[in-house]
Design a protein around this ligand. Structure first.
Ligand SMILES: *[C@@H]1O[C@H](CO)[C@@H](O)[C@H](O)[C@H]1NC(C)=O
Ligand SMILES: *[C@@H]1O[C@H](CO)[C@@H](O)[C@H](O)[C@H]1NC(C)=O
Ligand SMILES: *[C@@H]1O[C@H](CO)[C@@H](O)[C@H](O)[C@H]1NC(C)=O
Ligand SMILES: *[C@@H]1O[C@H](CO)[C@@H](O)[C@H](O)[C@H]1NC(C)=O
Ligand SMILES: *[C@@H]1O[C@H](CO)[C@@H](O)[C@H](O)[C@H]1NC(C)=O
Ligand SMILES: *[C@@H]1O[C@H](CO)[C@@H](O)[C@H](O)[C@H]1NC(C)=O
Ligand SMILES: CC(=O)N[C@H]1CO[C@H](CO)[C@@H](O)[C@@H]1O
Length: 811
């Protein structure tokens, strides 16, 4: 019933707008309006109202977000807070839904965002050294931070003014690089803290991973296992805050998805609360979304944390979302003793530990931890036996009844499907435009050396042409072109003919291209297109990082000609980019050809029109037939795609690319792609709808609170156990919005084999299983089926622990 208190508190805060909430902290937690708080926070990059409400329903109290300097100040002194950049409206939406906000200003943010959020123009400020005790950097950092804080203040968005913002962050994981800055590091930390505090927001500041954060800035933990790794606040007066609990991991092209289970996340969150006095946990990410445009950093995928509790498309990912929701509720049931009780810990066995919080008036909450990753154990706690599955924590909000165990997932598992809605398989629908291969003579910029790609393009494009020409005395078919590059992809052309491509990876950025080429007698033109897949986002001295070609040689017969120091011509970007041919107006500036008229060759633009698929399901382009490039819908970039870079398992890291419905008109939408590779085939593209099509629940008798199933003298009747939070095991199914359960694919009460991915009837199976479940669920949006003999018309196998597995289709 903490939830009621919680909402009451917020209502009070909203009514009290103008008066302002007082946000302070002590060694236990943040204190808002004099009240201690345990807070669960969800990180997200630009969530829409429905996402905020799904987060709230999942037991999230705080929305934490970064501020992206390079989005908001694209040119020095020119600020942009329009459209997706409207951070004020975002804060107001959070407030309107009764949640708090944590604003991570940075302004260095890393976050797999291009250049770590710093605008590229900062690189060209004379004498600048990023993130150190360096005047030019500090001036710009202070200006931007002040700009954001003043904007928030002018809209009265700090909790101290009655707004939602209860915390702000300055810098980001600086400890990782501090040593590299030698004597310029520590004074910068001190300066950043004082500068931030001096802005007088009326709410606390945090520095994450900065164990020496200067007072009164709170040092916070980032990581996957803060319950084990966090050394704790650096002062007894500061609370234990976890700003980034990675719900999975960001993904790069060429790598497989990292799956972090709901059980593992729940274990570490419960441990942080129990063992580290944790009072604030933020999920990184709760919703990641999409790196539209060219905003992802080096090699980082366009989809960002699709494995988060709310997936890339904003759909609820189960069981992660539901399991964490139950965890939040269980922890909050014990808020009183947790926040004001006395703490004790004692051993329950070799690898088992109890963490007990005893409050006034005998209120008590306990966490029973089994750190044995293989064995199920039974422990005795206050004379009662509890069964603890391997690597799990049971939460007893009253020190008696288990409200939650981190390893027992009773939430349904949902399956997401992509269904083609429109195919683009007709050649008549497409037009194409062959990108012009840059030629030395035509290049606008010349230099007698290989230039760094970043300082040449200034991030205006991923593409930089490096061109040269040379005289060859004889024609020689045996020549070999050798290029060494550090960023990130290379396509090579000799005399206008494609000769080969090569690329590096997130792990190894150096790569070489080595291709046989045939040279003409006389003049030869070599054009090398170097392509970056995002700027770097981390490391010390980011401003010194360079990219692009490092060495170029041609071997002919026995002779090696080195062109590294030679007369080079440069062109930033492609012609199609310059003309913005992906926009309505730009696409009419040139003559498109019929599809297929220019044969197979890399570097082609493709264009088609399409109508928005009916309905409201999220949409994505299936680009599985393409190679590498970027795609635009009505002039808006939906990001880079790269499906030809396969993972070790032989599949693309990302096949589907999010197309928000807000980018679309009902009819006549313009789709344009630049395809860099020869084999990309737009005829295989489709626009797909994305939805949850299947839900499955699997619970067994072991989901009963252990006091019921294990200790004879403590056995309680069904009637009694119902009073204990209604926690009788049951399968609960829920189809997403606008969908009902249309078919029961499998149902077995007994001892079914397997799990929700593959299953079969076991030796014990109630013959009523299907009929009972169909009756309860068919045609409904949600249904609940209790796991009880009574419900299934009798016990199919007395004396045996039973389970119920139901798999259902949603349409
Ligand atoms: C910083 O902000 C101040 C006040 O807005 C302005 O006068 C100054 O030009 C800015 N400095 C830089 C380097 O942008
Ligand atoms: C948690 O708080 C208790 C009581 O304030 C203290 O004894 C204990 O050391 C703290 N634990 C950590 C990990 O900070
Ligand atoms: C659990 O065991 C692992 C590995 O043995 C150890 O690293 C970790 O610190 C332990 N955690 C707890 C909470 O005891
Ligand atoms: C546990 O049992 C012992 C012996 O029966 C008894 O003395 C003690 O009071 C009991 N403790 C609790 C917490 O019930
Ligand atoms: C090389 O480029 C020059 C200048 O555009 C052109 O005149 C010449 O024909 C090209 N040579 C070859 C072999 O393509
Ligand atoms: C789902 O069921 C409800 C009530 O049973 C019904 O009103 C609704 O039309 C159904 N929706 C679909 C999409 O079948
Ligand atoms: C992104 C990142 O730094 N992930 C780290 C998260 O924590 C795990 C385990 O502690 C590390 O292995 C990852 O590198």
């Amino acid at each position: 019933m903490q939830f009621l208190c919680w909402f009451a508190l917020l209502t009070a805060a909203i009514v009290a707008i103008g008066v302002g909430a007082d946000v302070t902290y002590d060694g236990r937690s943040l204190i808002i309006n004099g009240k201690r708080q345990i807070l669960f926070s969800g990180e997200d990059l630009f969530m829409w109202p429905s996402l905020i409400s799904k987060a709230k329903e999942g037991g999230i109290d705080v929305i934490q977000t970064y501020v992206f300097w390079n989005l908001h100040e694209p040119q020095p002194g020119q600020y942009d807070f329009s459209g997706r950049r409207d951070i004020v409206s975002f804060m107001k939406e959070i407030h309107a839904q009764g949640l708090y906000a944590c604003l991570r200003i940075g302004p260095y943010i890393e976050s797999e965002w291009t250049y770590g959020g710093l605008p590229y123009w900062l690189h060209d400020v004379p004498g600048v050294v990023f993130r150190s005790d360096n005047e030019p950097f500090k001036i710009h950092m202070q200006n931007f931070t002040t700009q954001i804080v003043n904007l928030m203040k002018s809209e009265r968005l700090y909790a101290s003014q009655g707004g939602p913002i209860i915390l702000s962050q300055i810098e980001n994981e600086y400890k990782n690089v501090e040593a590299a800055f030698h004597e310029k590091g520590p004074p910068y930390v001190l300066w950043a803290a004082q500068m931030a505090v001096g802005l007088q927001t009326g709410v606390p500041w945090v520095m994450c991973k900065q164990d020496d954060a200067p007072d009164p800035v709170i040092n916070a933990c980032n990581g996957m296992r803060c319950g084990e790794t966090f050394a704790g606040p650096n002062s007894p007066n500061k609370p234990s805050i976890w700003t980034e609990n990675w719900t999975s991991q960001y993904q790069v092209f060429g790598e497989d998805t990292y799956m972090r289970s709901a059980e593992d996340i729940a274990f570490h969150v419960a441990l942080f609360i129990a063992a580290k006095n944790g009072s604030y946990v933020n999920y990184y990410m709760y919703h990641g979304g999409t790196n539209f445009d060219r905003t992802a950093s080096e090699y980082v995928l366009t989809a960002y944390y699709d494995q988060a509790p709310l997936d890339e498309y904003g759909l609820i990912r189960q069981p992660k979302w539901g399991h964490l929701k139950e965890l939040h509720a269980a922890i909050k049931l014990g808020s009183d003793p947790l926040l004001s009780g006395e703490f004790n810990t004692f051993s329950l066995g070799q690898l088992q530990q109890a963490y007990v919080f005893k409050g006034k008036s005998e209120k008590c909450a306990a966490f029973l931890v089994n750190n044995d990753s293989r064995k199920d154990v039974v422990v005795l706690f206050q004379n009662v036996s509890y069964e603890l599955p391997p690597k799990s924590i049971s939460i007893l909000p009253d020190c008696k009844i288990v409200a939650f165990n981190t390893a027992k997932v009773s939430t349904q598992i949902s399956t997401r499907s992509m269904e083609p809605s429109q195919k683009f398989n007709s050649p008549q629908k497409w037009e194409e435009f062959k990108e012009v291969i840059a030629d030395f003579d035509e290049t606008p910029l010349k230099a007698n050396t290989l230039l760094d790609q970043m300082s040449t393009t200034k991030d205006a494009s991923d593409y930089l042409w490096y061109a040269f020409r040379f005289q060859q005395d004889s024609s020689n078919a045996q020549s070999v072109l050798n290029v060494n590059s550090i960023g990130h992809v290379l396509h090579a052309f000799v005399n206008g003919v494609f000769v080969g491509s090569a690329h590096g990876s997130h792990e190894s950025k150096n790569f070489a291209l080595q291709n046989a080429v045939s040279l003409n007698k006389g003049m030869n033109n070599v054009s090398l297109l170097s392509v970056m897949v995002g700027l770097p986002d981390s490391g010390a001295y980011l401003e010194r990082k360079v990219s692009g070609l490092r060495r170029v040689t041609i071997q002919s017969g026995g002779e090696v000609k080195d062109f590294t120091k030679y007369s080079w011509g440069y062109q930033v970007g492609l012609l199609g980019e310059k003309l913005q041919i992906y926009t309505d107006s730009g696409s009419s500036k040139l003559k498109w050809s019929t599809f297929g008229s220019s044969g197979h060759q890399p570097l082609k633009w493709y264009k088609t029109m399409f109508d928005a698929p009916p309905g409201s399901d999220p949409l994505a382009l299936n680009l599985g037939s393409m190679g590498k490039g970027e795609a635009w819908v009505n002039g808006q970039s939906i990001g880079r795609y790269w499906v030809s870079f396969h993972t070790s398992k032989g599949s693309p890291s990302q096949t589907w690319y999010n197309v928000p419905r807000s980018f679309l008109k009902p009819t006549g939408n313009l789709l344009v792609l630049i395809e860099e590779e020869e084999n990309g085939n737009p005829l295989g593209i489709s626009i797909d709808t994305i939805s949850i099509t299947k839900v499955c629940g699997h619970v067994s008798n072991s989901h009963l609170p252990p006091v019921l199933s294990w200790v004879g003298q403590n056995y309680q009747s069904d009637k009694e156990s119902k009073q204990h939070h209604g926690r009788r095991p049951k399968v609960q199914l829920r189809c997403p919005l606008q969908k009902n359960i249309s078919k029961i694919l499998f149902s077995s009460f007994g001892t079914p084999f397997g799990d929700c991915e593959s299953y079969a009837v076991g030796s014990c199976h109630s013959s009523n299983s299907r009929a009972i479940v169909e009756k309860a669920c068919l045609g409904k949006k949600t249904c609940t089926i209790p796991l009880s003999n009574q419900n299934f018309g009798g016990d199919p196998c007395p004396g045996i622990r039973k389970a119920l597995l139901v798999d259902a289709q949603c349409t």
